[in-house]
Design a protein around this ligand. Structure first.
Ligand code: SF4
Length: 387
């Protein structure tokens, strides 16, 4: 190890903590962070205001590291009150963000609905860019901020609004169902949006025998097995879920006899086939809460297991770790500076927002998906055309 590497891995410098939350580059994490902004200190006042929060994250943050987290947590929570702001924290945020500063927590659908209900002036999206755009589309009068402009998504960047226009020319009259993991431009060209919670329900709500479902090839293939409706899809993939393989699942079962495997429907269909249960992040979280399996594996982004584990301390989580490098660009530090400076405001042109809102609202107006959000892992494969 070179002297420089050794220094980089040392999270303490001159008695001050410089590590803190993970900074991820090219999917590799654990590069230490920067100096805490504004030289925030672990004072007696901070200690008093934050001590009660530590219990929730004690399984993830060693006690000796707490003095590095507490000043940022306190500063963010203070800024939220001063500025009438809320933080929408996605299930894939690290536990410090999810448990300590998130006002609303959940999956894409849950956060989109919460965005419409808040009376806060500022929404900080602790998630990726398409989520912040969705909040802005639904709440045009509010200021929506994203802590990192580099928090993208492989699915959202797989397709553009121009692509959708061409697809509509090629398949006139076939409704376009668009996953929320897309840009506002793409949503604007769509008939209705869906999430992994309600995708089957949305497809079936249209009363047609054929739909185009964009852009996630694997989600579309998994949905196609749950319905009689013919589905045409696009070749987009989530770079996190696409990495799981059926052999991975078999290996994990062999190494952990009796383990229950829950998969996200963005995983390849052959992975879903190997699972015991498949559903959205909310459905997986509910499954663990309802069934309290002794041992469980969540085939999804790493932080999800941490966050579900906090609510289910009696459940043992096996953690196959696929990080989303985009989600991990959101840190306590950049949430603090984003809120302090009210920077990285997300804007959507009015014309696009109006059309996109129609597609998102049409989805929100459907009744809750209930069991329609659960995928039968053993459903028969069907042919899905990928364009
Ligand atoms: S986990 Fe996948 S779908 Fe979600 S933001 Fe990351 S790349 Fe996109």
């Amino acid at each position: 190890m070179s002297a420089n590497t050794a220094k980089a891995l040392n999270n303490w410098e001159n008695g001050r903590w410089i590590g803190q939350t993970l900074e991820v580059e090219n999917g590799v994490c654990a590069v230490p962070g920067k100096l805490a902004p504004d030289n925030l200190e672990y004072t007696d006042e901070v200690k008093k205001a934050t001590d009660h929060l530590y219990d929730e994250v004690s399984g993830f943050i060693p006690k000796f590291e707490w003095p590095a987290y507490a000043p940022l947590v306190h500063a963010i929570n203070t800024l939220k009150k001063q500025k009438n702001a809320v933080i929408l924290a996605h299930n894939y945020m690290t536990p410090d963000i999810f448990a300590l500063i998130g006002d609303y927590k959940g999956d894409s659908l849950g956060l989109a609905i919460q965005a419409t209900k808040t009376d806060a002036d500022i929404i900080v999206q602790a998630g990726v860019h398409f989520m912040a755009e969705t909040s802005k589309i639904l709440c045009p009068e509010k200021t929506v901020l994203i802590p990192s402009l580099r928090a993208g998504c492989s699915l959202a960047s797989s397709i553009t609004g121009e692509d959708v226009k061409l697809i509509k020319q090629r398949y006139p009259g076939v409704p376009i169902v668009t996953y929320v993991n897309t840009s506002a431009d793409v949503k604007a060209e769509s008939d209705i949006c869906c999430t992994s919670s309600n995708a089957v329900q949305v497809v079936e709500s249209l009363g047609v025998d054929k739909v185009i479902m964009l852009p996630d090839e694997f989600l579309a293939k998994n949905v196609a097995r749950q319905t009689n409706i013919e589905i045409i899809t696009w070749h987009g993939r989530c770079e996190v879920h696409a990495r799981f393989s059926a052999q991975d699942v078999r290996d994990m079962r062999a190494a952990n006899p009796g383990v229950i495997v829950l998969a996200h429907p963005e995983c390849p269909p052959e992975v879903v086939e190997e699972s015991d249960f498949t559903g959205s992040t909310k459905a997986m979280s509910d499954y663990v809460g309802d069934h309290k399996p002794k041992n469980v594996i969540l085939l999804t982004e790493c932080s999800m297991s941490d966050n579900v584990a906090m609510a289910n301390p009696e459940v043992d989580f096996v953690r196959p770790c696929n990080l989303c490098p985009h989600m991990k660009r959101i840190t306590l530090e950049n949430i603090y500076s984003c809120l302090r400076d009210e920077k990285h405001e997300v804007k959507v042109p009015k014309r696009i927002a109006k059309k996109a809102r129609r597609a998102v609202q049409r989805m929100i107006d459907l009744p809750p998906p209930g069991k329609k959000g659960h995928f039968n892992p053993h459903a028969e494969p069907v042919h899905v055309k990928v364009i």
